[in-house]
Design a protein around this ligand. Structure first.
Ligand SMILES: NC(=O)c1ccc[n+]([C@@H]2O[C@H](COP(=O)([O-])OP(=O)(O)OC[C@H]3O[C@@H](n4cnc5c(N)ncnc54)[C@H](O)[C@@H]3O)[C@@H](O)[C@H]2O)c1
Length: 270
């Protein structure tokens, strides 16, 4: 299933739920990693709720999604941005200001995984993992801090249940995701007095292209490990991002919102 087909599935899901509201009218949002999966669903959800959305990604396919959202009457633009590069963040800020003005919402979502046990992970891959999965939250907040202060903005970092649970072959990813949740708490405390809210979402197994190489038996095992007995849909994470971005979450900061169908509380007793 390609991303456009996935969006069609999201559309159907939205219609089924019928509960998308307009909480973000005229807010300006950046979503990183917006060309695919959870980022794409989030860009669509924020735009549907009325936000002007900048989709930032290294994958040019984000252009197609932005065009499609514009075709539906939403305000959305794509910007090529490698979130591990400081100069790309500076260029992104310039472009956001040109397009829509100051930023209200930053969703730091982009990620790349290199699965390997610690003894098999090269120093280069470890460094790259942190550069893409952890450092961009620091770079993003630093880049947009003036906007976020002025607009009483909201930052949402997409972490993972891996922040709290060990799974074989994921030391770099888990370290980055755990680091993200710690950094979220720090940033929430640091900038709370300036009305900037910073929160983390910890998704569990969500059916995105990262699952394309995982066979059906393993998918079913992951689904069975959740309390709800199914994999999550990217829309279900996007809905949580929209909530945290909105004033419905006005007294929530430094929080970890777990969106995992009960994966982290479900245990079989034998
Ligand atoms: N899918 C899951 O089961 C799951 C579970 C827990 C957490 N997450 C987290 O959710 C987020 C989204 O995951 P997904 O499953 O949608 O992944 P995905 O692979 O579908 O999307 C990731 C996006 O990030 C982009 N990206 C990669 N490196 C980048 C860079 N250097 N600069 C800019 N963009 C870059 C990719 O091009 C891609 O569009 C990630 O932070 C991931 O860790 C996903």
């Amino acid at each position: 299933m390609d991303d456009i087909e996935r969006i069609a599935v999201h559309d159907a899901t939205d219609r089924q739920r019928g509960d998308v509201v307009n909480r973000l009218t005229d807010r300006v949002a950046v979503v990183t990693g917006a060309a695919s999966g959870i980022g794409a669903a989030t860009a669509k959800r924020l735009a549907t709720e009325g936000a002007c959305v900048v989709l930032a990604d290294i994958a040019e396919s984000g252009n197609e999604l932005a065009a499609r959202l514009r075709g539906e009457g939403r305000r959305a633009e794509f910007v090529v941005c490698d979130v591990s590069r400081e100069q790309d963040w500076d260029a992104l800020r310039e472009r956001v200001h040109e397009l829509f003005g100051s930023l209200d919402v930053l969703c730091s979502n982009a990620s790349r995984q290199r699965a390997a046990a610690a003894h098999e992970l090269s120093r280069h891959d470890w460094d790259q993992g942190l550069a893409v999965n952890l450092t961009p939250l620091f770079l993003g907040v630093r880049t947009f801090l003036d906007d976020l202060r002025a607009r009483h903005g909201s930052v949402i970092a997409i972490s993972s249940v891996h922040a709290h649970f060990g799974l074989p072959g994921q030391p770099g990813y888990a370290a980055a995701k755990g680091g993200l949740t710690a950094l979220v708490r720090q940033l929430a405390v640091e900038y709370g007095s300036e009305h900037v809210r910073v929160n983390a979402i910890l998704p569990g197994p969500i059916l995105t292209p990262v699952w394309d190489d995982i066979d059906e038996a393993d998918r079913q095992r992951s689904a069975a490990a959740t309390a709800l007995r199914r994999l999550g849909d990217p829309d279900e994470v996007a809905a949580a991002v929209a909530f945290l971005a909105s004033s419905d979450a006005s007294y929530i900061t430094g929080a970890e919102l777990v969106v995992d169908g009960g994966w982290s509380v479900h245990k079989e007793s034998r």
